[in-house]
Structure formats: C-alpha cells, structure tokens
Design a protein around this ligand. Structure first.
Ligand code: BG6
Length: 481
C-alpha cells in the first residue's frame, strides 16, 4: 500500500502577521482607532495585558493621542515599509503571506455606509506587491482589532447589530478584491473570545464570572453567525475563493491515566474544538449544549441562526499551534500561555515566556483534527517568541531554527499519516509587536527590526540566521531541514 512520503508540490510555505502588530500608521489616511490600540504594554512578561481593558482605561487611551503607551499604534511601520518587507519575504521564497485587513481602515467607525477609499487602496498596493512575486495572499478579516467605536457604541460583538456591520464590511472587501485573493479567514483564534475583550470587543471585566462567561459565549455566537454569513457571501461573490475558520488549538493531555483525569482533559479539548465544530460542521455539538445548560449559560439565538450556520460551513480548517497543556480532575499548578492556563508537563521544555514547547503534539493535533473534520488543514501560526541578541550586525537564532525544524519534522510525519495539509505560515516572519504583552522584545522573526519596547530605533530590517535556513527549507519543499 502507498502513503504520501513528502510535502505536496503545491504546499503553501510562508509567514503570518496581523495589521495591528505590524502596520503602525494608526491614524493615517482616515483610519479609525481599533480595540488593539487602547491596550498598554504588560508589566509582567508572563501575564497578558489585553483583558484588563475597562471603560476607564479606554477613556484614558482615547484622550492620549500619542503612540508612547500603546505600542500597537506604531507596529513596525509596515504601512510604509511593505515593499521592502514583501521583497524580503520573496527572497525567502514565500508562496503565501498571511496578513489581516484592519477593519477600521475600511470603516473607521465600523458602521459607515461608504468605505474609506484610502484604506482599500492600501491593501491594493500590498496585493500588487505580492502579485509581483507570485505570493498568494491569505487574509484574516478580523484579527483582534475591531473598530473601537463599535465597543463604545454597542459593546462590540455582544450586540447583534455588529453582525450586520461586519457583513457589510466583508461584502465590500470581497467585491473590491474579487479575483485577487483565494484564501480568507473570518476570525483569528475565535475560541480566545472566551478569554475576553481582544476577540469580542466586549467590556466585561467588571462582571462576575458566570455572567462574564455567558456574555462571552453570546458575543461569540454572533461571531459564529457572522462568519457563516461571510462564507456564503464569499462563495457568491467570488466562487473560486475559499473561506477558512481559525482556532487557537490547544491540545490538552490528561495529567494521569486516572479515568477522571482523562475525562476532564476530554472536556477541555471539546471546549477548545467546539468553535471549529460549529464552523466546519454547521451546528452546535450536544456536549456544548449540555455544558451551557449546566453552567447557567443561555445563548439567545434568532430564529434563522441555526439554518445560517448549517448552510455555510467553511471550506478549510486553520489553526495556530504554539503549545499543549495538561488537565487533571483537580486543578493543579498553572502555566501561562499568552492567555490560556493549564497544567505543567514535566516532559516539555518551555520558552522564555513559559509556553510549553511540544512538536510531537503537533502531529497528534493534525491527526485528530483531520479525523474529526476531513477538511483540508492549514497551520496558519507557529513560532517561537524569544529574546534575540544583535551581535556585530548578526542574529544567531539557532534556538528558533531548532523549534521550527522540530515542528516541520512532525508536520511531515502527519502528512505521511495521511493528513491533508495545505500549508504552513510561520508566525511573525518579521519581528512585530507581541499580541499578549505588546512588547517588541518578544521576537519571532526571520527578519529583525531595529526597535525597542519604547519605540526607539531606526526600524532597519536585518536578516537573522533563520532567514537563510527558511529559504533552504522552502527551496527544498521541506526536505532540507
Ligand atoms: C496568537 C495570535 O495568539 O499568537 C497572534 O494570533 C500572536 O496575534 C501570537 O502574536 C503570538 O502571541 P504573542 O503574545 O507572543 O504575540
């Protein structure tokens, strides 16, 4: 019998970014303020700063018209460096580049009728550049950066009207970029909405735990419906194009072989996969309905919501993969991901930020997700945030190369297991502002950017050792690691 022995020829190698972490130019060419741009740098490297946002801190932020305290306003100035940056991606041989459209560049307040032409024009220029080098765009429609005005006006996704605002935006961009973009993602890491503001745009830090959970799942229900509507629109407007869902996949292992622990881990996993279950299969799974009812969570649905979900499942399933966690029936010691918590795994090493590194887990996850959905998979984020040292103009980041090599080896194993994998976009091919801590010093890139946590620096781009390594990986289609 036969099985695939190598990466498919059309495998999409590349890198992934988000507007709020790279673009800067936060108030240029008519752009509105986003939810990402009112978040300060974290005081504690191992704790995320996103979800301490409240009405008071938003007010403070909107009165502060500088970029000093709000690093995502400055990014790494991709807005003015995109030509140079895309040229460097092309030099590595990128087949695909994942980026997001900042909704607030197109609709500064989130709900205007007329789109901001200058915003549309910026992404046209980015696409022109990508086409020059035959790099396929993969665009996220919403990556933790909704227009802040929608939070202020209607508390973000908690309000059903946000569905119409979002789908007006998606209709406009699908029509405008029709024929130029083959792959789209609706919401980045949609499941992280259960952790708060950054995904839902809902101010809820003052609520009690149960109420908060209810509010978050309600907001997420609206997002799931919006995602299905967007999928339907895309298929009508641009039949060649494909829509994917995007999950922060967090495989959970059982702490022991005690059945109660295994069951607790299974539930954790189900709660993680729930979102993809809805987006790929078109309905709420029963285990979640039970979870909601036992935890006093009531989702308000409109009459046609279930039909909308059922009608338009996604074409492919994408996810980010950084770490795995451990669960036991009784909560033990906790470890920090950028926002998740879970138990420590004594068999794994961790990054400087406490993320547990688990390449074999990627193979496990790929197999499980393929078995569960039978839709093409796409790893749209994976990478290592580390403290890089610039030494006489060079960065010797062998730790990053090791991390990526081990993960790519396991991807290849999964392909041999029969998993259909479309591509791999490593997170942060160019250094950018960290999502969880807003630090610059948490670097992921193949390309170094001369900028510190306070925003000082020349913004000069420098190739790291990993740049040359990844070029070789792509050239050999994953054979020369
Ligand atoms: C994912 C996000 O959670 O992880 C990215 O989609 C983020 O936006 C990435 O940057 C890495 O996280 P961090 O906190 O190290 O930037």
């Amino acid at each position: 019998s036969s099985f695939p022995k190598e990466f498919p020829k059309e495998f999409l190698w590349g890198g992934a970014t988000a507007a709020n972490q790279i673009e800067g130019a936060w108030n240029v060419d008519g752009k509105g303020l986003t939810t990402a741009e009112v978040v300060r740098k974290a005081d504690d490297r191992k704790k995320m700063s996103m979800n301490v946002v409240d009405a008071k801190s938003i007010k403070e932020a909107t009165n502060d018209l500088t970029t000093v305290n709000y690093p995502k306003r400055r990014g790494v100035d991709f807005y003015h460096h995109y030509k140079e940056d895309i040229k460097l991606f092309a030099e590595m041989g990128f087949k695909v580049f994942r980026f997001s459209i900042a909704w607030a560049r197109i609709f500064p307040q989130g709900d205007e009728q007329q789109a901001n032409e200058k915003g549309l024009a910026f992404y046209d220029r980015v696409l022109d550049e990508l086409e020059k080098y035959n790099i396929e765009p993969l665009i996220t429609l919403s990556h933790y950066e909704m227009p802040l005005a929608l939070t202020q006006k209607q508390n973000g996704w908690l309000d059903r009207r946000t569905i119409a605002d979002f789908t007006h935006y998606t209709e406009v961009v699908f029509k405008h970029y029709r024929g130029r973009v083959r792959y789209w993602l609706s919401f980045n890491e949609i499941n992280t909405g259960t952790w708060g503001f950054h995904e839902t745009g809902v101010v809820d830090s003052h609520l009690k735990k149960q109420e908060q959970e209810n509010v978050r799942y309600q907001a997420l229900h609206h997002q799931l419906v919006a995602s299905a509507i967007a999928t339907k629109q895309l298929h009508e407007i641009d039949p060649e194009a494909k829509m994917g869902c995007m999950l922060a996949r967090m495989q959970t292992y059982s702490a022991t072989c005690k059945p109660e622990d295994v069951r607790a881990a299974q539930l954790e996993d189900q709660k993680n996969l729930f979102f993809t279950d809805v987006q790929a299969r078109g309905e709420y799974p029963e285990f979640m309905n039970r979870y909601f009812s036992e935890n006093g969570i009531q989702i308000k649905m409109a009459a046609h919501d279930q039909q909308v979900l059922a009608e338009s499942p996604v074409d492919f399933v994408s996810f980010s993969y950084y770490m795995t966690t451990v669960t036991s029936a009784i909560a033990e010691e906790e470890v920090n991901g950028n926002m998740s918590t879970g138990g420590r795994n004594k068999y794994l090493e961790e990054s400087d930020w406490g993320w547990q590194i688990d390449p074999v887990g990627l193979r496990i996850t790929l197999n499980e997700m393929w078995d569960r959905y039978r839709k093409p998979l796409f790893i749209v984020e994976n990478g290592l945030g580390a403290l890089d040292k610039l030494e006489s103009g060079k960065i010797h980041d062998d730790y990053r190369i090791n991390y990526l090599r081990k993960h790519i080896e396991q991807m290849k194993q999964a392909i041999k297991d029969g998993v259909q994998l479309m591509g791999y976009t490593m997170w942060g091919p160019i250094d950018l502002i960290s999502f969880s801590t807003s630090e610059m010093s948490k670097r992921y890139g193949f390309i170094y950017v001369d900028q510190d946590d306070e925003g000082n620096g020349s913004l000069k781009r420098i190739k790291k050792d990993s740049f040359y390594w990844y070029k070789k990986v792509i050239l050999s289609n994953g054979e020369d690691l």
